[in-house]
Design a protein around this ligand. Structure first.
Ligand SMILES: *Cc1c(COP(=O)(O)O)cnc(C)c1O
Length: 426
């Protein structure tokens, strides 16, 4: 570390010798991991580059369309670039998706019909899907349930998909039309599903059922491994552009990729039957979606490195973490168990003070709609709520687990963790 860096960290940010010592040790310990992720990054960068070239992307694709948006070549070509990268027949990438939940909802509503059953096999799905499914019978929001789509759930067993129960259910219930798999844990103290595990699960499903639609919620997962769920048999996936695949540059949007018939059905839900993906002007944002995608393999690995470094330094500082620094990852989230309310809150506040935007803001725990406990969130981001940017959040409940993710650059993620940790180690 150069003298200026060290003096600034110590004088301006109150980072003491002990934290700097942990920093040196952690950086040293993660070297092998970083080498592995550099290779993943190179592989995915080549995958993206090749797709741009094969689809002959040129400046004319960064155009502006208006009105109906017929023949918006930038939009239509980006769909093909995504399909190329995900190794799928089709893809649908739009700034019109308001978030990842919207893309997931479209994929589900588009492909399920009355009397079909959707079966989640990773236990309780991500919170924002509950109203889509209709978990709470009394809520009248136009959920799948209200349209006659049934829902089943197979709980995890020892943190793994209970494949025997899944197979039994498939054998005895032929109304099961779609299986829902979630790659990232979201916010839970358990490991995410690696692509090799998703491959095994899909193989087992196919032993008993050829036709069931396998849907994977791919949020937070893109470009962390060399393969994606669609490389190992998933029929349709969805995700958000303000996470990994937008590269921190896309300012909004979502995507769906998969078999043509399933993607097409989803497009009819985003617009209307008969129109699907053929209309939709793109407000001049296409350049940012292309550029973000091009940057995404790099930015995703910067965030992963931030998470790996965080895991190691927090572990060295005496905290339990999940995943461990040397676990092979499939998403960008790092969970840290603080076992102490004050430490948790101080850490999250520390991440806020380390942000480029709104660093002067004090974050507070508050009663957020839809959550049972108070929640505290740190996000000083360029794109509102973008979780590919350095951010952290936590429900205020025992055992006081905080979740950290993102970082457009590893240096920022690293500094953020140092500054946050120094609030705990005085
Ligand atoms: C982020 C995320 C979503 C979608 O969340 P949005 O905030 O709507 O983009 C869905 N599932 C998982 C696992 C996620 O991490």
């Amino acid at each position: 570390m150069l003298e200026f860096t060290k003096r600034s960290l110590m004088n301006k940010y109150n980072i003491n010798e002990r934290v700097l010592e942990l920093y040196e040790r952690a950086l040293n310990d993660v070297e092998k991991e970083f080498k592995y992720y550099d290779e993943i990054r190179e592989y995915n960068q080549l995958k993206v580059l090749k797709a741009f070239q094969e689809e002959r992307i040129s400046e004319s694709h960064f155009t502006n369309s208006s009105g109906y948006g017929y023949n918006d070549i930038g939009r239509d070509s980006l769909d093909r670039v995504y399909a190329n990268i995900f190794n799928t027949e089709s893809a649908f990438v739009r700034p019109h998706f308001v978030n990842g939940t919207h893309a997931i909802g479209a994929a589900l509503f588009g492909n399920l019909r009355p009397n079909d059953t959707m079966m989640s096999i990773c236990g309780m799905p991500y919170d924002t899907l509950h109203d889509i499914i209709g978990m709470d019978d009394s809520k009248k929001v136009g959920s799948l349930r209200e349209y006659g789509v049934k829902y089943k759930m197979v709980d995890l067993k020892d943190g793994k998909v209970d494949i025997n129960t899944v197979k039994e259910e498939l054998k005895k219930d032929d109304s099961i039309k779609l299986i829902h798999i979630q790659r990232s844990t979201g916010y839970g103290w358990r490991k995410s599903l690696r692509i090799a595990e998703i491959a095994e699960i899909i193989k087992s499903i196919r032993e008993v059922n050829e036709n069931v639609i396998v849907f994977v919620d791919n949020c937070y997962g893109e470009f962390v491994e060399e393969k994606e769920p669609t490389d190992v048999g998933a029929d349709i996936i969805a995700g958000s552009l303000i996470k990994n695949i937008g590269g921190g540059i896309a300012t909004t949007g979502g995507y769906i990729a998969g078999k043509e018939e399933y993607v097409t059905q989803a497009t009819f839900r985003v617009t209307v039957p008969g129109i699907g993906g053929e209309c939709g002007s793109t407000f001049g944002v296409m350049r940012s979606l292309y550029e973000g995608l091009f940057m995404a393999p790099h930015v995703t690995i910067e965030a992963v490195k931030g998470a790996v470094f965080c895991a190691r330094i927090m572990e060295l500082a005496g905290f339990d973490v999940l995943p461990k620094y040397n676990d092979k990852r499939t998403d960008i989230i790092q969970a840290i168990k603080f076992n102490d309310e004050k430490k948790l809150i101080d850490f999250i506040k520390g991440i806020q003070t380390a942000s480029p935007v709104d660093s002067f803001v004090q974050c507070e725990a508050w009663d957020m709609p839809g959550y049972e406990d108070k929640v505290i969130m740190a996000a000083g981001t360029f794109v509102q709520g973008a979780s590919i940017e350095l951010s952290a959040d936590a429900p205020i409940r025992e055992p006081y687990i905080g979740y950290l993710q993102g970082g457009l650059t590893f240096d920022h993620a690293k500094l953020g963790v140092l500054i946050a940790l120094s609030k705990l180690i005085m």
